[in-house]
Design a protein around this ligand. Structure first.
Ligand SMILES: [Zn+2]
Length: 249
């Protein structure tokens, strides 16, 4: 009986070690605003800094989505992370970028193309400067509509129009998209391919992988924390466990 329990305990331990070992994909963090607004999608700058410091001190290397998709087997750093921001708020430039640079990190901003230069959103000049400072710019559609509520033609137009506008102003190919409200349907996936996107990010929890459906990448949502850095660490851990378990399928 005791021998049996030892075997079960041993197997459980092996399973835990496997769950926590690297693999299963890359965490793609999803932020929105970085500022002092008491809103769920606005992470306080001091807390954002604490999170970035945690990543830097725990051996994470920030990579871009382009680097993730260009990497061959074994080419990614030991603990890769993608730090992404949705919407293109001005505080991504004024508050988040200096913190990222301070810790030797970089990120990806999914911009609502039709909002550039509007109050609270980044200008083209700021986006150009971000890009020059190693940040990756992706699309968050032209007008931030729930894509699954549009016809296939309207969806294609949102995807193409935002891509072309960003490329014309920033002079670099736009390969990646994040779905507004995490909403999409089968027609969206067809339209993404037609519009020439390499991959797209959902709001579903887990890790990003290049092996599965590249238009349904999972992310680690990071809202304003209620429990400080522990919450951030738990979110990373949860994504790791989801990622590992879904790698079994
Ligand atoms: Zn959004």
């Amino acid at each position: 009986m005791i021998r049996m329990m030892q075997i079960v305990a041993g197997l459980l331990l092996l399973f835990m070690l496997w769950l926590l070992a690297p693999g299963g994909g890359v965490p793609i963090l999803a932020y929105h605003q970085v500022g002092s607004l008491p809103e769920i999608y606005s992470v306080d700058a001091a807390e954002f800094e604490e999170q970035m410091q945690y990543l830097a001190e725990h051996g994470y290397t920030a990579i871009s989505l382009a680097e993730l998709f260009a990497a061959g087997p074994g080419e990614l750093p030991a603990k890769p992370v993608i730090i992404a921001f949705d919407d293109g708020y001005e505080d991504n430039y004024s508050a988040a970028l200096p913190i990222l640079e301070k810790y030797g990190l970089k990120g990806t901003v999914f911009v609502i193309a039709g909002q550039v230069g509007q109050p609270d959103y980044m200008t083209w000049e700021q986006l150009k400067d971000m890009q020059a400072r190693n940040m990756e710019i992706g699309s968050h559609t032209y007008s931030h509509v729930a894509l699954d509520e549009l016809s296939p033609e309207e969806q294609l137009s949102e995807l193409v129009r935002s891509k072309e506008l960003l490329e014309a102003n920033l002079g670099k190919p736009v390969q990646f998209l994040a779905y507004p409200y995490g909403r999409y349907n089968a027609a969206t996936l067809t339209a993404l391919k037609q519009a020439g996107y390499t991959a797209a990010c959902t709001g579903l929890p887990g890790l990003g992988t290049t092996g599965g459906d590249v238009y349904q990448l999972k992310r680690v949502n990071v809202p304003r924390p209620k429990f400080g850095l522990w919450e951030f660490r738990l979110r990373l851990l949860r994504a790791q466990i989801y990622g590992k378990l879904s790698s079994l399928q």
